[in-house]
Write a protein that binds this ligand. Structure first.
Ligand code: FAD
Length: 433
């Protein structure tokens, strides 16, 4: 291995886009990816039955928003643009046992029967204010809980926002920063995009493109340690020790801090900081639809459900794409040490059955034709008001060691688009240097 090479740790959206940009510019890159496939949190799996190749399906539900310009551009660049489809599926919330359409369309807000008319008007006006406020600066010192209950009213907060915040952030719900909520309202669109055949095609195409330009993508190889060595950096993995001229870690900053013991104490004090939740999804393939009214996204506003949302993917992308299967995700965000993250799909199903039957009393186990379960750590940063002060720059105190990861995406919620954007911008900077 020559010391002119760049090592990129992590083969998700960020690491692969960065590797692709550097490889396009003629640099030799080596990507280390711990998992056996590319794509990180956006990775998919083939859902065909034995002997059938089948399309990819994301392990965790994924779509794009119309504002995801960097992801849309990359899809086009990779020759996949014709497969990108845009639809406006039904997004609803379960309130008092009934699903109500709830999205940023003013008509859905104005007809939200569980709230009195005055509260609906406040909810709509608050949403419009967030859409038009050009920057989150004035909201920097507010929590989402404080701002939303003050400006949209306590009833709207208790009915809509609190279940959403508690579902996603658990005990930390009251601490979440308002700029993060501003970004959701500001950038999200009614129209949602999906790459027919699965987003995994982006990551497969990136791997092929990197390798065609002389780069190497090592799947199933975990980076175990990073140490400075001469002008470069030594990476330890199961393949032994290798030295690189430059290392860019796309792992969460806290993981990079563990791998690089030479990062100094003052750096750690500021950036080895903050919490994240893991994600868990149970996916069921059914022989018939589950949710009423062709609902794609059902946020659970009622107490007592063992999952945060039920997402019937085939009410967005039709079952004909999946051999007639109806595909439903049940999602959760949970602390990374929680035993649920280690549950088998069968164990998760046992816990979820009463909730699924509450959603559709006709549901029985024999509707299920296949099931899968997935869990991932470091899936959702806990974006408190202090969060922004703990986002590191790309450069670290160790020469030629850079961090670039989805934990630097703020105030936007993490998403493929923002990891791709961050990679595009960092590549431009590195190449200009
Ligand atoms: C439940 C859920 C729903 C989501 N929904 C959407 C959505 O609808 N739309 C959307 O665009 N985005 C969505 N996202 C977010 C999106 O998946 C991420 O923002 C994006 O994939 C992050 O890419 P990344 O490369 O920055 O990070 P990651 O995907 O986390 O990549 C980091 C990579 O590093 C690897 N790694 C970790 N440790 C090591 C090591 N020591 N050595 C080598 N490799 C290592 C990991 O295996 C991983 O592949 C969702 C995420 C979740 C969890």
């Amino acid at each position: 291995m020559t010391t002119q090479d760049t090592a990129i740790l992590g083969g998700g959206a960020l690491g692969l886009t960065l590797a692709w940009r550097l490889a396009q510019a003629g640099e030799r890159v080596v990507v280390f990816e711990r998992e056996g496939e590319a794509g990180g949190l956006a990775a998919g799996f083939r859902i065909g039955t034995a002997g059938e190749q089948g399309p990819w399906l994301e392990k965790f539900y994924h779509h794009l928003f119309a504002t995801d310009s960097d992801a849309i551009a990359l899809i086009g660049e990779l020759g996949l643009g014709a497969k990108l489809t845009w639809r406006t599926p039904n997004s609803s919330m379960l309130i008092g046992g009934k699903p109500y359409r709830l999205d940023s369309d003013p008509r859905s807000i104005l007809s939200l029967a569980p709230l009195p008319l005055l509260d609906r008007l406040r909810l709509g006006a608050g949403g419009a204010a967030l859409k038009f406020l050009p920057s989150p600066g004035p909201l920097a010192s507010s929590t989402a809980a404080g701002w939303l209950s003050r400006w949209m009213g306590p009833r709207a907060y208790e009915t809509i926002w609190k279940p959403m915040l508690v579902g996603k952030f658990g005990e930390r719900a009251d601490d979440i920063a308002m700029p993060w909520m501003w970004a959701r309202a500001h950038y999200r669109t009614l129209r949602l995009g999906y790459l027919l055949g699965g987003f995994q095609q982006i990551y497969e195409a990136l791997v092929a493109g990197i390798e065609a330009r002389g780069g190497v993508v090592r799947l199933g190889v975990e980076a175990q340690a990073i140490h400075p060595e001469g002008q470069g950096l030594r990476i330890t993995s199961a393949l032994g020790d290798e030295t690189y001229a430059r290392v860019i870690s796309t792992l969460p900053t806290r993981v990079t801090c563990r791998l690089a013991p030479d990062l100094p104490a003052d750096y750690r004090a500021r950036y080895d900081w903050g919490e994240a939740f893991g994600a868990h999804c149970l996916i069921l393939a059914l022989d018939r639809p589950l949710l009423p009214e062709q609902i794609y996204w059902l946020a659970i506003g009622d107490a007592g459900y063992p999952f945060l949302n039920a997402i019937e993917h085939t009410n967005f992308i039709g079952p004909e794409e999946y051999g007639g299967r109806r595909l439903v995700y049940f999602g959760n965000y949970i602390p990374m040490n929680h035993p649920v993250l280690r549950e088998t799909p069968e164990q998760a199903l046992e816990r979820y059955l009463p909730g699924i039957q509450r959603l559709n009393p006709a549901f029985t186990r024999d509707w299920i034709t296949q099931m899968w379960g997935f869990a991932a750590p470091w899936a959702q940063p806990i974006v408190t008001r202090e969060y922004a002060n703990h986002i590191p720059p790309h450069e670290t105190p160790i020469p030629n060691l850079y961090v670039a990861n989805m934990f630097q995406v703020y105030p936007q919620d993490r998403g493929q688009n923002y990891s791709i954007r961050l990679a595009n911008r960092l590549a431009q900077r590195l190449l200009a240097d």
